[in-house]
Design a protein around this ligand. Structure first.
Ligand code: C2E
Ligand code: MG
Ligand code: MG
Ligand code: MG
Length: 283
């Protein structure tokens, strides 16, 4: 038995590079099996316009439930999937599943403007990544403008030339691009100005601290930077009304976080849309 079955929280594996080779191999087997057995699924977290409270988007977030019913968060297994290469097929599945979900919401007349899908750098730098995105859109029938790919800031730095080429291909396709966890990496500013990026996602670390005296400074800077560059800005980790109000006051366009809605399964999400979808604004 691997430790993953003994412990609910898999911090042991988060540091996956530190664990024994044998153990890591076992865990990868479990992950491969889980993928085959459809033990991986997506949850969806809503995003709203901070000024109007309007439901604007969703982010698809992957989950793994083991046979024992233990829920494993993505930070504990995505690195492993990247390491083993499984992320390629896993990521393609996430894309397709999220696109088909949007179509169901559109048919029900309750879809937001866009669906955000996290993309690993391993996926992103594959030559056929564009084809995979195009196929997910074509097969589902989703318009490219309703899809947004979230790429973490560290990726933008890994290989400038590769990044630029892939991005412009995706832009030509018509999909939106967001830089995730913005502020935690080291974006080159001149670069950010040139790249066809649509949105910055302020990392939740900067939102967390927003109600302390010097806390809002970084979130405010990122918001101003985004606006200067003509980009949309969304804050992650909006957990309290005060976060919302402070972000709104500094001009941040949108928010996502537990105060607005947790990541939800489809049923719960549909209920959320009907009951809270357009009345989220704090008093
Ligand atoms: P992320 O893309 O930055 O996603 C936001 C994370 O913040 C999610 O964690 C979400 O559940 C969490 N979150 C949202 N609102 C709040 C809040 O108000 N407070 C707090 N404390 N947390 C909040 P999650 O679902 O555990 O995902 C973690 C990371 O795993 C994601 O960070 C993303 O980088 C990665 N990930 C998730 N799904 C996928 C996927 O399908 N593919 C890839 N490549 N990566 C994924
Ligand atoms: Mg994300
Ligand atoms: Mg993020
Ligand atoms: Mg994050």
């Amino acid at each position: 038995r691997t430790k993953i079955h003994q412990r609910g929280s898999c911090t042991l594996f988060t540091r996956s590079m530190g664990i024994e080779i044998r153990e890591r191999a076992t865990l990868m087997q479990h992950l491969h099996k889980a993928f085959d057995a459809e033990r991986l699924f997506l949850m969806y977290q809503p995003q709203v316009d901070l000024e109007t409270g309007q439901f604007t988007g969703l982010e698809a977030l992957i989950r793994w439930r083991t046979d024992d019913g233990v829920l494993i968060p993505p930070n504990d297994f995505i690195p492993l999937a990247e390491y083993s290469g499984l992320i390629i097929s896993l990521g393609a599945w996430v894309l397709r599943t999220a696109c088909f979900m949007m179509i169901r919401l559109q048919k029900a007349g309750i879809a937001p403007q866009r669906m955000g899908v996290n993309v690993s750098v391993i996926q992103f730098r594959q030559d056929d990544f564009i084809d995979i995105v195009e196929k997910a859109l074509k097969d589902s029938g989703l318009a490219p403008s309703n899809l947004e790919l979230e790429i973490t800031e560290s990726v933008t730095m890994s290989s400038a030339a590769m990044f630029e080429t892939q991005l412009s291909k995706l832009k030509n396709l018509g999909v939106n691009i967001a830089i995730d966890d913005f502020g935690t990496g080291f974006s080159s500013l001149s670069y950010l100005d040139k790249l066809p990026v649509d949105r910055l996602k302020i990392d939740r670390a900067f939102v967390n601290q927003i109600d302390t005296p010097e806390g809002p400074r970084i979130a405010e800077l990122i918001t101003q930077l985004g606006k200067k560059l003509g980009l949309q800005v969304i804050a992650e980790g909006v957990e309290h009304a005060i976060h919302w109000k402070t972000l709104e006051a500094m001009g941040c366009h949108e928010g996502q976080g537990f105060f607005i809605g947790r990541p939800m399964l489809e049923d719960k999400l549909i209920e959320w849309i009907h009951t809270k979808g357009n009345s989220m604004r704090p008093q």
